[in-house]
Every structure is written in structure tokens, then in C-alpha cells.
Write a protein that binds this ligand. Structure first.
Ligand code: 13P
Length: 246
């Protein structure tokens, strides 16, 4: 399966940072066996698109098509700006904006209807893991977050909450194990149609640990936060995915 590496810049960067990133990016060799996506904050989508040869994604999208939803951005608007991808259900949105798995599934459907690929995020908290409930929690969250969502095009991102922005990465064994649980779940829901769904890992992915993650059988790529803000660091992660999926 072709690798997939997605940069989630969260609420970081600036127009100047986009310019600096693009300047460095254009001198780095192109990678053919990995899809490389950047999800900048909405106001910088156009700047990223015009400055560099990467695929473009949004960090969120509305479940609604249009109307009186102040502050929301529809998937169709994102498509018009050149987005082919949209992250939905990131744990930061679930935690700070009270998004339920039901709402995440609605967003995923809206994204798909506009012709974009949803990247549905799931992940357990440290308490869930300490209680030994992590597999059950992620399986339940996943099933609810893809209820009614078709399998094509779809990406699932496993991001354990305790590994996000903490510098603590899940070990390759922990990540691969959970990806196996996610694959089994997808298989239960979609049968053989699940085979094309890429399952990517996120949580303190860096150039130093990317290689060991991408050799794992069930890991098809990464959703990268902090280490995606600098061009060379993100490129090195993409390069590791490029090598891991050959
Ligand atoms: P970090 O790579 O900064 O841990 O963030 C992961 C993440 O949340 C990507 O969506």
C-alpha cells in the first residue's frame, strides 16, 4: 500500500512560516511512494497551495452543507480551495469542542459528499490504557465514528491522546497492535472493502522514530503535529514512509 504522511499544523505557522517552509521544501527530493499532505490553518490553505507541490488538507470541516453556522467552513468550500483531504474527529476537537463520535461520522459523510477523503481520528486516553480498556475504547469509538460512512475514500488515524505533543511515542509494538485491532474492526464493518483503507499513526512522530513505525505491517503512514512544522523534519518522516512502503 502506498504510504501516507499528513502534516497537521494545528493553530501554528504564519504567512512567513509558509514561505520559509516552501522555500526549503522545493529543494528536497520528490518522493514517489508516499502521498504527502499538509493541513495548515484555514487562512493559509491558499498560500500553501500556491507555494508548494503537496496535497492539501483541512484540519476540520462542518457537517453542514451551508447556512447559519457562524464560524464553520463547509467541505465544499474546502474543495474549492483545493483540499483533497479533511481531518475529522481529532482528539483536540473531541476534547475542547465536545465533538461526539456521532458528530464525527456526520462530518466524515459531509467531507465525502464533497469529494474529499476524510481522515477519521480515534485514540484512547492514558486512563483507558492504564485500565486495560484501550482496545475496547478505540474499537467502540471507531465504529461510532464511521457509522454510515462508506469505505472509499477513507483513512483512519490512530492517535493515542497520551502520545500527542508529549514527546512520548507509542512503541512500534503498541501502535502496530492497535492498528491490528482497527483493521479487524474495519474488516467487520466493511468486509473486503476495508482492504484499501489506510490506517496511519499519530503522536510524537519524529524523524528519529518514524523508521521503526513504518516497518510495522499494520502502519501505513503518519499524522504528524510538531515535527511537521519544519520542512526537512517533515520530509525525513515522509522519506521513512516512502522506504517503509516499498
Ligand atoms: P504531535 O506530533 O505534535 O504529537 O501531534 C500529533 C497530532 O495530534 C497530529 O494530529
Amino acid at each position: 500500500m502506498k504510504g501516507l504522511v499528513i502534516a497537521n499544523w494545528k493553530m501554528n505557522a504564519s504567512l512567513e512560516a509558509v514561505r520559509v517552509f516552501a522555500e526549503k521544501w522545493q529543494h528536497l527530493p520528490a518522493l514517489t511512494n508516499v502521498d504527502t499532505v499538509i493541513c495548515p490553518p484555514g487562512p493559509y490553505l491558499q498560500a500553501v497551495k500556491s507555494a508548494m507541490a503537496v496535497e492539501l488538507g483541512a484540519q476540520d470541516a462542518s457537517a453542514h452543507v451551508a447556512g447559519a453556522y457562524t464560524g464553520e467552513v463547509s467541505a465544499e468550500m474546502l474543495r474549492e480551495l483545493g483540499c483533497q483531504w479533511a481531518i475529522v474527529g481529532h482528539s483536540e476537537r473531541r476534547a475542547y469542542h465536545g465533538e461526539s463520535s456521532r458528530a464525527v461520522a456526520e462530518k466524515a459523510m459531509a467531507v465525502m459528499s464533497a469529494g474529499l477523503c476524510p481522515v477519521v481520528c480515534v485514540g484512547e486516553t492514558l486512563v483507558d490504557r492504564d485500565q486495560g480498556r484501550h482496545e475496547e475504547v478505540v474499537a467502540e469509538q471507531l465504529k461510532a465514528s464511521i457509522a454510515g460512512v462508506s469505505p472509499e475514500p477513507l483513512v483512519v488515524a490512530y492517535e493515542p491522546v497520551w502520545a500527542i505533543g508529549t514527546g512520548v511515542t507509542a512503541t512500534a509494538e503498541q501502535a502496530d497492535g492497535m492498528h491490528g485491532v482497527i483493521r479487524a474492526c474495519l474488516n467487520q464493518v466493511y468486509g473486503s472493502e476495508s482492504f484499501g483503507i489506510r490506517v496511519i499513526y499519530g503522536g510524537s512522530v519524529k524523524p528519529e522514530n518514524a523508521g521503526e513505525l513504518f516497518v510495522c505491517e499494520n502502519i501505513d503512514g503518519a499524522l504528524v503535529g510538531g515535527a511537521s512544522l519544519e520542512a526537512e523534519s517533515f520530509w525525513k518522516i515522509a522519506q521513512a514512509a516512502n522506504a517503509g512502503s516499498q
